[in-house]
Design a protein around this ligand. Structure first.
Ligand SMILES: Cc1cc2nc3c(=O)[nH]c(=O)nc-3n(C[C@H](O)[C@H](O)[C@H](O)COP(=O)(O)OP(=O)(O)OC[C@H]3O[C@@H](n4cnc5c(N)ncnc54)[C@H](O)[C@@H]3O)c2cc1C
Length: 575
């Protein structure tokens, strides 16, 4: 888009056309009313975002100030930027249809996936805007569910509860959510045909398998002349929107972040005003949704946890975090403190809009909000990396690290998984994951570092374990986090920097509050010793009710020795 715009601007600056009406394929934009006295030269339809970028030459000073100064997003009003002197960019989001013009589709289908909300939703907005009656569907996709080894999976329950809320809210609006169970590849085209939909609208999903699924569905739909439209929704900038000066993807985070921050503005952060278009929801009879049990799953302990589900749950967490964001930078590293947002699962399933979060952080300012916005940018950085370097799914980002001589001891791996390594902070982190499906970011780094650099176990083993257990599991963030910790990744922790699990514990859980929550065996251990309880004498161990090696494991590895061996392993791989 940037390239086309730049080309258009240069071109427009040279040309002096006198065009008042622009024709873009089947769409017809009459600009006379809004843009009287303006000479337009060129229109570019940017298909991916269904965005028109129209470049005008010789725009009057007054219009430049008054007309184009007004920026909107998610509708068809004039937006853009004045470029001093000759030209400006005016963009229309969505098709140029408005309520007085006929809609493109009598019936369409909006397919919800990782965007389980009714507000600020790109695909839903466009579907409603371009269709007289929009049906909504969610598929519990057996192509994904059948591969889950654990039938008491918190993620399935989180999705089910969030879908249930979406269903209730759509029924309150006189419509419904068609909730299906089976292969999305078959069911979405089938439903679209049954409803006589002219198009299916959905948001981009960037994971490799999702891309294949969507391509398959689009080709099935095409056989019945049904269009498929997809939109950017879960990120502020897609994989090709932030590139370096040579038009290549960034390989280092900080310049990527700087370019991201330079580009972002209200245009990208503004919400899609779905609520203005809800009258286009199809009127439907109430429908039912399959229960967890009917789909072969069991309820989990999700309801006992402080993770409310659905759009309402996300809003509650976000409201709470808004009061704390100013302290984020100072508190985010301490797992016993409520310092982070706990919004990752909601971001994963789209029960909250990334635009709402980034917009808030961008405008509130201050160190806390800036640091938090950086974390949201890391999320997009890793998505961008996965897109441009898909080999990272199974390989080290840096090929020389595929040669690392991992020891891969199965018993040690089992101890790590179960939180029985004898290092209390590592064990507390792993037990938090097993019991709740969440792990604090500091502990994800500590446990990942411990697995790879203390136990010398392949990062892919740990990555897989996290993928099975994390509620917020996301391929790009998880892969990025693991390769960062293992030093095999892009802009990763240098391999010679190895976390010491005891000093990490002293620094980030000084009074052992978090450790005591998840490792109750050490409840009575004095603060000074809780980070390395094996240093207590036998008599002291007995006094505080835990004997190391019996009540709580002795360390399964000597950190100092492991460190030396790991440095050697990396030296050999890089030699
Ligand atoms: C080994 C390892 C594995 C990880 N696996 C995942 C994963 O599967 N899914 C996941 O969402 N995050 C993952 N992370 C990143 C991070 O730990 C979590 O996003 C964070 O702990 C979630 O808590 P929060 O929502 O309170 O985060 P906050 O600190 O409030 O951050 C806000 C949001 O920013 C994003 N974010 C924060 N840190 C990162 C990061 N380092 N990389 C990418 N995005 C980030 C998340 O969407 C998060 O919700 C992993 C990190 C490591 C080190």
């Amino acid at each position: 888009m940037q390239d086309e715009t730049t080309v258009g601007l240069n071109w427009a600056a040279e040309m002096h056309g006198h065009v008042f009406q622009l024709r873009l394929g089947e769409w017809h934009v009459d600009l006379r009313e809004q843009l009287a006295q303006i000479e337009a030269d060129r229109a570019v339809h940017h298909d991916t975002h269904r965005t028109f970028v129209i470049v005008f030459a010789h725009i009057g000073e007054r219009f430049g100030e008054e007309g184009i100064g007004h920026r909107r997003h998610g509708d068809q009003e004039v937006v853009g930027e004045v470029h001093t002197g000759h030209a400006a960019i005016v963009a229309f989001h969505g098709s140029p249809h408005n309520s007085t013009m006929s809609k493109t589709y009598p019936v369409s289908l909006c397919w919800f996936r990782r965007d389980l909300r009714l507000h600020d939703h790109a695909a839903l907005f466009h579907a409603l805007k371009e269709s007289a009656a929009v049906h909504c569907v969610f598929v519990f996709d057996t192509d994904i569910l059948d591969a889950l080894p654990n039938k008491a999976d918190r993620r399935v329950e989180f999705i089910w509860r969030s879908v249930q809320e979406l269903h209730v809210e759509l029924e309150k609006l006189g419509s419904t959510l068609h909730v299906l169970h089976g292969s999305a590849r078959k069911l979405v085209p089938q439903l679209a045909k049954r409803l006589k939909a002219g198009a299916v609208f959905c948001n981009h999903d960037y994971e490799p398998e999702a891309i294949q699924r969507d391509a398959f569905v689009a080709s099935e739909l095409a056989k019945s002349d049904i269009e498929m439209h997809d939109y950017k929704d879960q990120v502020i900038f897609e994989c090709d929107e932030i590139l370096n000066g040579s038009g290549k993807p960034f390989a280092v985070f900080t310049p990527y972040k700087n370019a991201w921050l330079k580009k972002v503005d209200d245009f990208y952060l503004r919400a899609y005003p779905v609520e203005t278009q809800l009258e286009a929801l199809a009127k439907c009879q109430p429908s039912s949704l399959p229960s967890l049990e009917e789909m072969g799953f069991k309820p989990t302990n999700l309801s006992e946890m402080a993770l409310p589900c659905g759009m309402s749950g996300a809003s509650k967490l976000f409201e709470d975090f808004q009061q704390r964001i100013g302290e984020y930078h100072a508190r985010r590293d301490f797992p016993a403190v409520k310092g982070v947002s706990y919004l990752s699962t909601h971001l994963r399933f789209g029960t909250i809009s990334i635009r709402a979060l980034a917009n808030f952080a961008h405008h509130v300012g201050g160190q806390g909000a800036q640091t938090w916005l950086s974390e949201l940018i890391w999320r997009e950085f890793y998505q961008m990396l996965l897109h441009h370097h898909p080999h990272v799914v199974n390989h080290a980002y840096k090929p020389q690290f595929d040669r690392l001589g991992w020891l891969n001891d199965k018993d040690k791996f089992a101890s790590w998984c179960e939180g029985r390594t004898g290092y209390p902070l590592v064990d507390a982190g792993m037990r938090q994951l097993n019991q709740t499906g969440f792990m604090h970011n500091r502990l994800r780094m500590v446990t990942a570092s411990f697995l790879t650099k203390d136990l010398q176990i392949d990062w892919r083993w740990g990555e897989r374990y996290f993928a099975e257990h994390l509620l917020d599991y996301d391929l790009s963030a998880n892969n990025g986090g693991w390769q960062w910790s293992a030093s095999t990744g892009c802009d990763a922790q240098p391999w010679f920097r190895i976390f010491n699990p005891v000093t990490q514990s002293e620094r980030f859980d000084p009074a052992g509050k978090f450790i005591r929550r998840y490792v109750p065996e050490l409840e009575n251990c004095p603060d000074k010793f809780i980070h390395a309880p094996w240093t207590l004498s036998r008599g002291e161990q007995e006094k505080c009710g835990v004997v190391i090696g019996r009540g709580y494991p002795a360390p399964i590895v000597d950190h100092a020795l492991a460190r030396v061996k790991t440095l050697e392993m990396f030296k050999q791989a890089t030699a």
